[in-house]
Design a protein. Sequence first.
Lengths: 539, 126
Amino acid sequence: MNTTMVPAVEVAALKDTTLLNMGIFALFVAVTMVIVFRASRNNKTAADYYAAGRSFTGSQNGTAIAGDYLSAASFLGITGAIAINGYDGFLYSIGFLVAWLVALLLVAELLRNTGKFTMADVLSFRLRQRPVRIAAALSTLAVCFFYLLAQMAGAGSLISLLLGISDWGGQALVIIVVGALMIMYVLIGGMKGTTWVQIIKAILLIAGAAVMTAMVLAIYGFNLSSLLGSAAEAANNPNILNPGLQYGKTETSKLDFMSLGLALVLGTAALPHVLMRFYTVPTAKEARKSVVWAIWLIGLFYLFTLVLGYGAAALVGAETIKSAPGGVNSAAPLLAFHLGGPLLLGFISAVAFATILAVVAGLTITAAASFAHDIYANVISKGKADATTEVKVARRTVVVIGVLAILGGIFANGQNVAFLVALAFAVAASANLPTIVYSLFWKKFTTQGAVWSMYGGLAAAILLIAFSPVVSGAKTSMIPGANFAIFPLSNPGIVSIPLAFFLGWLGTVLDKRREDPAKQAEMEVRSLTGIGAEKAVDH
Amino acid sequence: MGNEAQPQDATASVDFQEVQQTERFKTLRKRHRSFVFPMAVIFLLWYFAYVLLADYAVAFMSTKVWGNINVGLLLGLLQFVTTFGITAWYVSYSNRKLDPIAAEIRNEIEGHQFDKDGNVIHGGAK
């Protein structure tokens, strides 16, 4: 099937659908706003605002987790990566999925049983409060910052594609509008509103991807092999079906992929916004159910992206995708246009917009909760602040973070989205995961071990990124003019994650102080039995 | 103290060290760890074996098996299958081996069997 001539027409036609795209998106915003307003009626206590009154069911929360996790990076980034780099894009999605087993087996239920609102609740449970809480809050804020930056940068390239706005100022304006909308959702709706936005978006996204997958497969008579053959033919490169197109170029890039794989698989269970979702259900059993739902939905979705990616390669063509506004990220929208014309494009575009809104909202409420609950309530006012003041602080923090996200989004506009998310995973896996695992499973773990591991992992990850080709020294760097990239890999995980585990061990064995064995006993019993766990709020 | 993760009133009088020493709790901990640790090691090894193959054994992964479907794609899809499989296995294991015993321990604690001496709360649990 020769399609190299058609796409040029498609890209031109995209501009004519701008109004339709905006209309469908406006409809989504209107519907979700109504739901958020209704959901916000019961936002009285801190547990309501941060944890949605712990009233969601496992299946609802699982869908929301999928909505939170399947970011624009997953949908646009992975589809585009498969369309351009073939198999290597698929490798990405496998890491993203397998990672959920870490959350399911080692983290979700134990965390639900021992914490209240934030990741720091668990990490500081049996260690000294102040130092551990501050460290956990800082790493939460760092992870949220990287992730937010990725989402907002994605918003920029999406806008350029969907609304035909190619100038920098116009894109900046739309990023401001998206950011302002998100601030409204989180301010008014809290965790409950955010969760509903994520649930609705997850359903729309997975349904949309399912329809497109069925359409692509129908074109090839539901024969995966002939789809792959057509993709290879259109790409004029049989290697699109084999690993190595993106990461197999040099020994450094191979090592970089190992590093990325490590960060993906160990990062998920340490993402603060994912961890916080486990507090929105009433029991650990519902937390388990959430992860199971999330695994099925996310797995299914990544199977769809495999078909969509190769479908875009075969039907739209790599050259058209690369030259379209939005570049690699435009593969999925272009494929939607090819398959279902302006209406399907409008739908998929609106879903992609909704995706950014939902994910950014989830990150913002996590960062705000961490600041208000961990830093303000527990450290600055030493637990004396009442819940009303704490929520007030959280709401103000939402505005500050929203503004920072908008500025960051304008600055990072044009960066590869999936890649920035990988950096957030590396920071999470380095700064958070070792301490989560040690404090849940290692009796002798001490405060010094936690603090060394968290600051060491955080500093190592961020410094290595700063001195990597992501920031300088390459054409695609954030600062292309300069070159201080002394670390060759663009993902720091392979160094920073083992280092953080080592520091946690070293800090513990060198610690002269012992932790209270009674607190350890309490944490262990509570984590496994669920005794005394936070209950659902009764309205 | 500012520790909001501290026990609430319902569990303030519980001697958790005593609970930790009971055979029943030790069984629960053993059952939990003897499932999740080996399973975590297995799926991580399998995932990294797959990543290493994709990274360094490109020729092997590119071997066509059927039509345009190659070893790499099959192994990738197998990662999905094992992820789904381990998930289902863990859920059934928890339902059978972990949840009942955890509920028993919870009931015992709520029935004040492990209250510290001189700090017994009178009256039944809610």
